[in-house]
Design a protein around this ligand. Structure first.
Ligand code: ZN
Ligand code: ZN
Length: 355
């Protein structure tokens, strides 16, 4: 499963003769093979995957459509790249300006004796549109997360702590086959639930609390992302009103999602409902973000996003209302953008659950 051909087509379109991928996620995207170290050099008609002895056996087995080369202390990665660039008379090299530190940028330019040109966008734009394999990986991760949610709904009760719930979610996802977490699990309750990205703590769940859980895992490097808010024991009228408002906003956001919609317009479709209910100032973050090899990718669905969502993007829809010191509610699904609308990749129920 390699994307080298796609990247090479883009390079031909933009007249870029050589591209050096240093970004970990982009190297995985290009080759289908994950290492935390190494480099990928792509020419318009040939690609090279450069790694060291720790990964060489696995790389030889997994990498398709590229020549696998081994670096060592005698044959350093930068020397291999320099030789390939010289052999192909390349003086300008596309580099990943957002992934390289300033020091790395200077070092690379000096060591390779070429001019680096910014080319981060090439992969990030391609990554916006997911292939079938990529969507299947996201869905697989999502199903594992949903099973973990089912399990913890059975153990959430007064006395259990936020931290225990988060740990159970993570343990259950790992047992279910997850490669790792997509991001740090969020589990906040009661007054803490007004903190959108609160850290799970020792606080024990009490009757009358909302519990918000935002979590996800990875399959084949691809992330899942979901949030559910459940109540314990009972809810006040206001808690129910806030929950129903967030849910209406979430459904309106999903309803607006389709290929070509500008990110800020999808955001507004949901935000309007929260504003009309009088809670506009308590929805401080964007409606959603794209999901892929990174948990937060572009394009987004937020008030600043001027880009359209392409067909094939996977975007979250996650409005929230957070009343400081009191309680908060967020509900999050991932949707797959199609020409005429979207397909919800999340199966977990959304009606208010009172445990
Ligand atoms: Zn989330
Ligand atoms: Zn999210």
């Amino acid at each position: 499963m390699s994307n080298f051909k796609k990247i090479q087509q883009e390079m031909k379109n933009s007249g870029l003769r050589a591209l050096l991928l240093s970004d970990e996620a982009d190297r995985l995207y290009a080759s289908g093979f994950h290492t935390t170290d190494g480099a990928v050099l792509i020419l318009q008609d040939k690609a090279y995957y450069i790694t060291d002895s720790r990964y060489i056996e696995a790389a030889n087995e997994a990498v398709r459509d590229a020549v696998v080369l081994m670096s060592s202390t005698e044959n350093k990665e930068k020397d291999i790249i320099k030789r390939l660039l010289t052999e192909n008379s390349i003086s300008e090299l596309g580099a990943q300006e957002e992934s390289l530190s300033y020091a790395e940028y200077l070092r690379t330019e000096k060591a390779l004796g070429v001019k680096l040109v910014p080319a981060q966008k090439l992969c990030s734009v391609l990554r916006q549109v997911k292939e079938r394999f990529e969507v299947e990986s996201i869905v697989k991760a999502q199903r594992i997360a949903e099973k973990a949610l089912d399990y913890v709904l059975g153990i959430i009760k007064p006395g259990i702590s936020e931290k225990e719930i988060a740990a159970e979610l993570e343990y259950f996802m790992a047992k279910g086959g997850a490669e790792g977490l997509a991001f740090e699990t969020i589990c906040v309750s009661g007054a803490n639930s007004s903190r959108p990205h609160g850290v799970p703590g020792a606080k024990k769940i009490e009757t009358g609390d909302f519990v918000t859980m935002d979590f996800g895992c990875k399959i084949n490097g691809y992330c899942s992302d979901m949030t559910r808010t459940v109540a314990v024991g009972s809810v006040s009228d206001e808690m129910r009103r806030v929950y129903e408002t967030v849910l209406s906003a979430q459904l309106a956001g999903i309803d607006a999602a389709r290929a070509g919609i500008i990110g800020k317009d999808m955001d507004m479709a949901a935000r309007r409902i929260i504003e009309n209910a009088g809670y506009g100032e308590y929805f401080g973050h964007g409606l959603g973000h794209s999901v892929g090899l990174f948990i937060h990718e572009g394009p987004n669905a937020n008030p600043r996003e001027e880009r359209p969502l392409p067909a094939g993007a996977v975007v979250t829809c996650e409005p929230g209302i957070y009343l400081p010191g009191r309680f908060g509610v967020r509900i999050e699904d991932m949707v797959y953008i199609t020409e005429n609308g979207c397909e919800n990749l999340t199966n977990a129920p959304k009606e208010l659950i009172i445990l």
